[in-house]
Design a protein around this ligand. Sequence first.
Ligand code: GAR
Length: 216
Amino acid sequence: MYKLAVLLSGRGSNFETILNAIKSGYIKNGEIVVVISNKSDARGLSVARENGLNAVFIDSKGKDREEYDREVVEVIKRYAADYVLLAGYMRILSSYFVRSFKDRILNIHPALLPSFKGLNAQRQAIGKGVRFSGATVHFVTENLDDGPIVVQAVVPVYSSDDEESLSKRILITEHKIYPLAVKLLTEDRIKIDKGKVFVDWDEIEDFYIMNPKIGG
Ligand code: GAR
């Protein structure tokens, strides 16, 4: 059973869907050992507590990036987590953090990377008038939103969309692909080779967008 640490800054809906996927048995080889937030009032922290999970607020006030990250890494190590899941964690990680968990940090981003990195990805997509956007789960490297891609899902963008309506549509797919990525990871179905991810899709029946066997 792999131990998972979740880092979040707010609502925590992605965290919740992963938790539900564990409860339902969809993710059968992973357990959340700690949920950490840089925001004391993050809804995700309350959800963690309500579910009897270890929920830790770590205050960033007065600390530089690496100092803060050293504290976070220490807590993650205290709980002996194998993997770190960023779920709406709105802080840039220091090199120290990334090097501490090489190839063991996943992030979800609300765009089809490598398009629209950084903040407000949905607003960037609306601004460019793209016809499709989506969500990406990727490994975290030292360059922002740039690591090896694990799964992606595509959604249409309509001319009537605003940031809010597009964010909602993308979030629905986030809630599918993040549990899927965690399932794949904790079943040892993912290999990284030369910066690319190779997935063992055997008997994974999820929707076609991220299953290269269908239509291939
Ligand atoms: C999600 O849309 C996630 O993709 C995004 O923040 C939201 C968090 O929602 N993350 C980023 O933009 C990271 N660059 P949640 O707290 O309900 O999971």
